[in-house]
Unconditional design. Structure first.
Length: 251
């Protein structure tokens, strides 16, 4: 049914695999649309209690598909279509979502990870919010990351675009466990099975209560929209595609 994601149902658990391994599972409009459609269906399926999300191949999700972004530059000069809507849908999904982070999670991948309820990771995982390299930013990252790891650490990775290891992410608190790579999916599914046995109404209430602290989403959306109108953004995308250092002018 879907091309960019795979699904496997096990009892009351659905394992979702981002499936563009040749592109490091970068997020295309098709993947975004398919994931949104799937979450809508799973939310209304009473037989599903928990969702686990992982990536095919060696990456979890390397971020937005920059080649697709370059082809659609004119349509991006405004509110970024689907980006924040996808994160919000993940965050407000009424059932627990567990991230099984198998490799690099960058850009959209790292933002989605922040929107999940629980994250476990392979020892091979890395995390980055590198949109600054394109002259824009990660709109959900600027809101959520400081709340999770503190403003100093958040500014460090958001401004420098440096990647952090799974062990560092564990220390910072947005992972609950780091395991050997081959143990990742069994570990995530075991956790999902345990949560699936819990009373669904209690689990939903816990998720909603804990998530009430999210604010600033609209502000981040507007900032992202403004940045996508700049010359620096056009230069950042062009430089990425040409594999060279960008020359930002502050315009």
């Amino acid at each position: 049914m879907y091309e960019c994601i795979l699904t496997e149902k096990q009892d009351r658990i659905v394992l979702v695999t981002l499936n563009r391994p040749d592109k490091l599972n970068s997020v295309s409009l098709q993947m975004r649309t398919e994931l949104s459609d799937l979450l809508g269906k799973l939310e209304g399926d009473d037989e599903v209690r928990v969702v686990v999300v992982t990536g095919a191949g060696r990456a979890f999700c390397a971020g937005a598909d920059i080649s697709e972004m370059q082809r659609n530059m004119s349509s991006l000069k405004g509110r970024p279509p689907g980006i924040s809507d996808t994160v919000r849908q993940i965050y407000e999904f009424k059932k627990p979502i567990i991230g099984a982070i198998n490799g690099v999670a960058a850009g959209d991948g790292a933002q989605w990870m922040l929107a999940f309820d629980i994250n476990v990771a392979s020892e091979k995982a890395k995390f980055a919010w590198p949109a600054t390299n394109l002259g824009i930013l990660c709109p959900y990252g600027i809101i959520r990351l400081p709340r999770e790891v503190g403003r100093f650490r958040a500014k460090d990775v958001l401004m420098s675009c440096r990647a952090i290891t799974a062990e560092e992410a564990l220390q910072w608190g947005f992972l609950t466990k780091v395991v050997p790579h081959e143990e990742l999916i069994p570990t995530a599914l075991e956790l999902a099975k345990h949560i699936a046995k819990m009373p669904p109404l209690s689990i939903r209430a816990i998720k909603e209560a804990v998530n009430r602290g999210m604010e600033g989403h609209e502000y981040a959306n507007q900032v992202m929209s403004n940045l996508q109108r700049t010359e620096d953004f056009a230069e950042g995308v062009k430089a990425f595609m040409e594999k060279r250092e960008p020359r930002f002018q502050g315009k």
